[in-house]
Design a protein around this ligand. Structure first.
Ligand SMILES: Cc1ncc(COP(=O)(O)O)c(C=O)c1O
Length: 207
């Protein structure tokens, strides 16, 4: 995926899980999100619903790509966007979006970008450092990996400061019966037995 040397790589269950995790890591100051998430109406639900629990805005895609980029620019120019969330390739039309141009656009207005690469990763080489993409989410099972494997890769600062994705012993420094201290680190730190634990081997068909 062409990650930068300091990028965090968090193994998740799938793209949906990765994007929900990132939604819990958006920067917050004094309990208030520092900006909105901006997304297009063409997104898969996995790249729509996680943002609807945080401050957000959406743009209705125009009939042409140039028109859509203009609309996004207009919305970004209003200010107050912290994250642009876009699909790398549409699951409906197969259209591949110009992620390098979208990253440049987001950065021009002080926002970061997350690319939903669920459909892009199986079909195109991706280089997030070259394209200056801040976060990339994808599913292993769409890449012929086992089911239940996904990845969120990207800049570590938001991820390190985020709230634990799953509350449990893993993300808690000092568990107590009524109050527990933490979190100690990145939200991706394991909350329970790793999902990758192999199930017992199938004994084969009954004889
Ligand atoms: C573009 C896109 N994003 C996200 C997802 C969600 O992927 P998953 O179900 O692996 O979380 C899909 C699933 O088909 C998709 O096509």
């Amino acid at each position: 995926m062409g990650g930068r040397p300091d990028d965090a790589v968090i193994f998740t269950r799938n793209t949906t899980d990765s994007l929900n995790l990132l939604a819990g890591c958006l920067p917050v100051v004094d309990g208030v999100h520092t900006g909105d998430v901006l997304y297009l109406d063409i997104e898969h639900h996995a790249n729509l619903l996680p943002w609807q629990g945080v401050p957000h805005r959406s743009v209705i895609a125009a009939p042409t790509l140039a028109g859509t980029l203009d609309l996004l620019r207009g919305e970004l120019a209003h200010g107050g966007v912290s994250l642009l969330a876009v699909t790398g390739a549409s699951n409906v039309t197969g259209e591949v979006l110009p992620i390098r141009a979208l990253a440049a656009l987001a950065h021009e207005y002080g926002a970061r970008i997350v690319v939903d690469a669920a459909q892009l990763a199986p079909h195109r080489r991706i280089d997030i450092a070259a394209d200056d993409v801040d976060y990339l989410a994808f599913s292993g099972h769409k890449l012929y990996a086992p089911f239940g494997a996904g990845v969120l890769v990207g800049r570590p600062d938001w991820l390190d400061a985020g709230t634990p994705h799953l509350a449990a012993a893993g993300p808690c420094r000092t568990p107590g019966s009524t109050r527990s201290a933490g979190p100690p680190g990145p939200p991706g730190t394991k909350a329970a037995r790793p999902m990758s634990s192999a199930p017992p081997p199938w004994p084969g068909p009954p004889r």
